[in-house]
Design a protein around this ligand. Structure first.
Ligand SMILES: [Zn+2]
Length: 309
């Protein structure tokens, strides 16, 4: 039973989240903002519940002193980004529509395609920029200092999807929203994209047993993403995709070893702050994190990872 659930729960959750959002909009007459808010909250609670029914690692369900920090990240960063949807979505959908009508083109987008094909096209375009922003975040030291906040937890659970430095969350919006602004897909496409983005983010970080087989070559799901949070740099500098894994396959950063499970999760620096204020100012301090000083301290970091095994 668990084996079956670990295979079907992810595709079911994604299809149900996006499908129900469209149903609320199309059949029930909800505004796209309201439909997106309802289904994002519903998807988050649904995924959270499954962490207790079908956990990947039981001890990851215990707080590591990180619940409070993540709750503040969720509240503060979410206002800018994707977790406090009521404010974010109410502002974002009209703002993108306004910018699109001023700067975008109505002729370029294939409005006559069916909605699933339009959603797939928007995903491929958004993911291309998002892939490179994320890859640079791992290789450019000052970008890494911001991104390290997201990699700082020592366990993975659904709320990690909200742990981003607010500055990083802000600039990550650029590659995600640019295709919407320039190409003017219809409002329901943006609504479904936002719900898929949130539901997928929750599930990608969730502590849920997941075995999706060939879908690992389509979606950047938890089997892949756990490696991205590994303490071992050679493992974590892979699988940069946000929703899709397409651009990792194209650019050679797809990583899914068959014969092992991921080890320790998080940063190599044992002194990285665990509290919210500490994490907000950490990028502006000189810290011993990867990869900024990785080459210099390679032996130290490797010894540390080996000692934890
Ligand atoms: Zn990363």
């Amino acid at each position: 039973m668990h084996s079956l659930l670990s295979r079907i729960l992810f595709p079911f959750t994604m299809a149900a989240s996006v499908g129900a959002t469209y149903w609320l909009y199309d059949s029930k007459g909800y505004d796209p903002e309201i439909a997106a808010v309802i289904m994002t909250i519903a998807a988050g609670l649904w995924i959270w519940a499954w962490e207790f029914i079908l956990p990947y690692r039981a001890h990851w369900n215990k707080s590591d002193g990180d619940l409070g920090t993540d709750a503040i990240h969720l509240t503060v960063s979410g206002l800018l980004t994707k977790f406090i949807k009521p404010l974010y979505i109410f502002l974002l959908i009209p703002a993108v529509g306004f910018l699109g009508s001023r700067f975008g083109s109505d002729e370029l987008w294939p409005h006559h395609w069916n909605l699933v094909a339009q959603l797939a096209l928007v995903l491929v375009l958004c993911e291309f920029g998002r892939y490179w922003f994320h890859r640079f975040a791992h290789s450019v030291p000052w970008l890494w200092n911001l991104h390290a906040v997201h990699h700082s937890p020592n366990r993975l659970y659904w709320l990690n999807a909200g742990r981003f430095h607010p500055l990083e969350r802000f600039y990550l919006q650029i590659p995600e929203l640019l295709p919407f602004i320039l190409l003017n897909p219809s409002e329901p496409i943006l609504m479904m994209y936002l719900v898929l983005n949130s539901a997928h983010g929750f599930y990608q970080h969730a502590n849920i047993q997941t075995r999706i087989g060939p879908l690992n070559y389509v979606f950047s799901m938890s089997e892949l993403h756990r490696w991205h949070h590994s303490k071992v740099i050679e493992q974590s500098d892979n699988n940069f995709g946000n929703i899709l894994i397409l651009w990792d396959l194209v650019f050679g950063t797809f990583y899914l070893p068959r014969d092992k499970e991921v080890g320790s999760i998080g940063l190599l620096n044992p002194d990285y702050p665990k509290n919210y204020i500490g994490q907000i100012i950490a990028p502006f301090q000189h810290r011993r994190d990867k990869p900024a000083d990785y080459d210099e301290r390679k032996e130290f970091y490797h010894a540390q990872v080996l000692a934890e095994k």
